[in-house]
Design a protein around this ligand. Structure first.
Ligand SMILES: Cc1cc2nc3c(=O)[nH]c(=O)nc-3n(C[C@H](O)[C@H](O)[C@H](O)COP(=O)(O)O)c2cc1C
Length: 174
């Protein structure tokens, strides 16, 4: 079974999640930034991670998601400044699902990711301010060990990770 982890990451948050996902997969696996990623059609499992820009998957990830229509097992994850349980985040994830069209989506995961200070300042000066800005303080320090644990759990629920989880996994990721 060929597995591919693809990610887009400007500041490293989504890359951190991607590396955790990669470390949890066993067998034939590869990891690649979206800009260099191979065509998904050659893989049985594709795990793709994007960051939110304008409330949606970043543009490079949108393009890649469109190519994932025939993927047999697709797992989508993301990081964002907005609060994880917000409708705003759900809409962005729905957009990703839509782009993947007929792919078999076996699971999703997202968490907050710290937003760089200069981006926060620029967002604060906008009128109107972007809806995610009010949640961005709480994104500081994320993704953290708990987020990585939850990602790992979501991969397991999706059936992509079959090895039993060590009881001290939270420590493993810290
Ligand atoms: C230019 C820019 C635009 C952003 N737009 C959004 C947005 O629309 N919604 C959101 O929730 N977060 C937004 N963010 C926050 C990022 O999605 C978040 O910090 C994410 O974890 C960045 O991931 P990365 O470090 O992998 O690039 C934005 C960040 C940047 C730099």
């Amino acid at each position: 079974m060929k597995q591919l982890v693809v990610y887009s990451s400007q500041g490293g948050n989504t890359k951190k999640l991607a590396e955790t996902a990669f470390s949890r997969l066993s067998g034939d696996k590869d990891i690649s930034p979206v800009t260099d990623a191979p065509d998904p059609s050659g893989f049985d499992v594709v795990v793709i991670g994007f960051w939110y820009q304008g409330g949606q998957p970043d543009p490079a990830s949108q393009e890649y998601l469109k190519k994932c229509n025939n993927v047999g097992k697709l797992f989508i994850f993301a990081s964002h400044g907005a609060a994880t349980e917000s409708d705003y985040v759900k809409m962005g994830m729905n957009k990703a699902r839509e782009l993947a069209g007929t792919a078999n989506i076996v699971g999703t995961f997202s968490c907050q990711g710290e937003v760089p200070e200069n981006i926060l300042e620029a967002a604060a000066n906008k009128d109107p301010q972007p809806p995610w800005l009010k949640d961005a303080d709480a994104a500081k320090g994320h993704p953290d060990a708990n987020d990585l644990y939850n990602l790992s759990d979501a991969l397991e629920k999706a059936g992509l990770v079959d090895s039993p989880k060590p009881t001290d996994e939270k420590r493993m990721f810290s």
